[in-house]
Design a binder for this molecule. Structure first.
Ligand code: UTP
Length: 291
């Protein structure tokens, strides 16, 4: 099996119910943090991690994603005519970012089912999967941190982050042994455990490196409630047959598919911006938060 991660899959066919009504007819993945859609952050992370080829799994009402990464002829023409060279370059860079192809998940039958749509794309190679609503703000790109672990152990790697206290119950949680600082060999995973039952404080977040045997595991996974095939169930099946690793990511993770998480991510990223940060910080300071 090849040991280089060249391909990445972006499941983006979910219904985004946590962000209604905004997601009624537009994709959650196109929600902007400051001025960039969520999916562009994730695609940029993948490219910065060495990914060469991308497959986005879309569904109905998701054509805005394809348009975003395509050439926008009229817009480019207009910007050129008006001498807006910098904006032109910015817009063109989005369509030049990577080799991107698309496939449809005809029904939102769960993340496992969405990833299964990438079977032909992945072929015989290990590949990454990134959920665009998990934004990881880190010095070294999150996926790069994972690829380094994959290259060392030659086994699937999932991303985790430390979550303190009761909030751990909202995540999939790993039961694992640390094999070197920040790297774990997984024994088991539990979906949304009660705080008292959580096997660790390491929550699974939306970045994975899979080997092609994940597809067979998905085929063997029994659908859960609503006919959905959960990727965690497929990973648990595979865990019985092969080693699986986790990395504790360095950086800050934002759940931008959730309204509060989205607001927090917007504020934090805006404050870091050279062009907006100072003015925005002054505005926030001027607010009477006790009102
Ligand atoms: P979420 O659990 O965030 O589900 O999916 P969702 O449907 O998008 O959003 P909510 O929870 O209803 O608000 C995690 C990721 O898996 C994709 C989603 O697009 C998201 O990136 N997904 C989920 C699919 O592609 N297909 C599915 O059937 C389910």
């Amino acid at each position: 099996m090849a040991n280089k991660i060249r391909k990445a899959v972006f499941p983006a066919a979910g219904l985004g119910t946590r962000f209604l009504p905004a997601t009624k007819s537009s994709p959650k993945e196109m929600l902007p943090l400051v001025d960039k859609p969520l999916i562009q952050y994730a695609v940029e992370e993948a490219v910065a991690s060495g990914i060469e080829s991308i497959l986005i799994i879309t569904g109905r009402d998701k054509s805005a994603i394809e348009n975003h990464f395509d050439i926008s002829f009229e817009l480019e023409q207009l910007l050129k005519e008006r001498g807006k060279d910098e904006m032109f370059a910015q817009v063109r860079a989005v369509s030049d970012i990577a080799k991107i192809s698309y496939t449809r998940q005809k029904q939102a039958l769960g993340l496992g089912h969405a990833i299964y749509q990438a079977k032909d794309f992945a072929g015989n190679e290990p590949f990454a999967a990134l959920l665009a609503d998990d934004i990881v703000d880190s010095e070294k790109p999150a996926l790069k941190q994972m690829i380094e672990v994959f290259e060392k152990y030659n086994a699937p790697v999932i991303a985790t982050m430390q979550v303190d206290g009761e909030a751990i119950s909202r995540f999939g949680v790993i039961d694992a042994d640390e094999v070197e600082p920040g790297v774990y060999k997984i024994n088991d995973m539990v979906e949304k455990p009660a705080y008292a039952d959580a096997p660790s404080d390491l929550a699974i977040i939306g970045r994975y490196i899979f080997t092609p045997d994940i597809f067979e595991a998905i085929e063997q996974t029994t659908p859960g409630s609503g006919g959905e095939i959960q990727i965690t169930d497929a990973m648990r099946l595979l865990l019985k047959k092969r080693p699986f690793y986790a990395v504790k990511l360095e950086g800050t993770r934002h759940d931008a598919g959730d309204k509060l998480g989205f607001l927090i991510a917007t504020v934090e990223l805006a404050l870091k911006r050279e062009d907006l940060g100072d003015e925005f910080r002054n505005y926030l300071k001027s607010l009477d938060l006790n009102a």
